[in-house]
Design a protein around this ligand. Structure first.
Ligand code: FES
Length: 192
C-alpha cells in the first residue's frame, strides 16, 4: 500500500502489518494507515463506556480494557473516540495500547483455540500440538484464520495438567492430545 507522510511528504510502499500507525522512514513522523475496510461500531455502545470515565490520562487503560471486553478487540472508531475523549493524539492511544500484550486490534475468530505451554504440557509435546494446529489452520499462533473461524492463542497453564498436552477450544478442554485426536477435534468445530 502506498503511504505519504503528512509531515515531510515522503512517499513509500508500506508492506508492514501495523493496523493503525507506522513511522515515516524519512522523518519518523507517526503516519496513520488508512483502514482497509470501514468498521461500524454502534455509537451508543462506545458512549456508554466513555461517559463513565473522566477526561484524564489515567482513564486510558481502564477504557481500553472495558472497550476490549465489550467489543472483543479495539476497533479503530473506538480508539479514535477514546483519543478525542482524553484529548490525546490517536497515535499516543495506539502507542500505549500496543505496549500491552493484552490488547488486540483485530476481532477474534468464531472459535478461540488456547494452546497450553505450561510445564506439564511443554514436556508432553505442546510444541508438536502447536505445529499441527498452525499447519492445519494455516496461521501462526496469535493470528486468526482468513475465514474468521479460528484464532490461535498461546497460554500458560490451563489448570488441567494431568491431561497434558491440553488445548482449550472456547470453553471446552481437550486433553491427552495426539495429532490424530487434535485433527478430529478440529474437524468437529469446522462442521459447526
Ligand atoms: S501445564 Fe498445561 S494444563 Fe497445566
Amino acid at each position: 500500500m502506498k503511504l505519504e507522510c503528512e509531515s515531510c511528504g515522503y512517499e513509500w510502499d508500506y508492506q508492514g502489518e501495523s493496523e493503525y500507525y507506522t513511522t515515516c522512514p524519512k522523518c519518523e513522523y507517526e503516519v496513520k494507515i488508512p483502514a482497509e475496510a470501514e468498521v461500524v461500531v454502534p455509537e451508543e455502545d462506545i458512549e456508554k463506556i466513555i461517559e463513565k470515565y473522566p477526561s484524564e490520562r489515567s482513564s486510558l487503560i481502564p477504557i481500553l480494557q472495558e472497550s476490549q471486553e465489550k467489543f472483543g478487540y479495539l476497533p479503530r472508531p473506538v480508539m479514535e473516540r477514546i483519543a478525542s475523549h482524553l484529548n490525546l493524539p490517536e497515535s499516543k492511544v495506539y502507542g500505549v495500547a500496543t505496549f500491552y500484550a493484552q490488547f488486540r486490534f483485530e476481532p477474534l475468530g468464531d472459535h478461540v483455540v488456547k494452546i497450553c505451554h505450561g510445564t506439564a504440557c511443554h514436556v508432553n509435546g505442546a510444541e508438536n500440538i502447536t505445529e499441527t494446529l498452525e499447519n492445519e489452520l494455516g496461521v501462526e499462533t496469535g493470528e486468526t484464520t482468513e475465514d474468521g473461524s479460528f484464532t490461535l492463542q498461546r497460554v500458560a497453564c490451563l489448570g488441567c495438567c494431568s491431561l497434558a498436552p491440553v488445548i482449550m477450544v472456547d470453553d471446552t478442554a481437550h486433553g491427552n492430545l495426539t495429532r490424530d485426536k487434535l485433527k478430529n477435534a478440529l474437524q468437529k468445530y469446522r462442521e459447526n
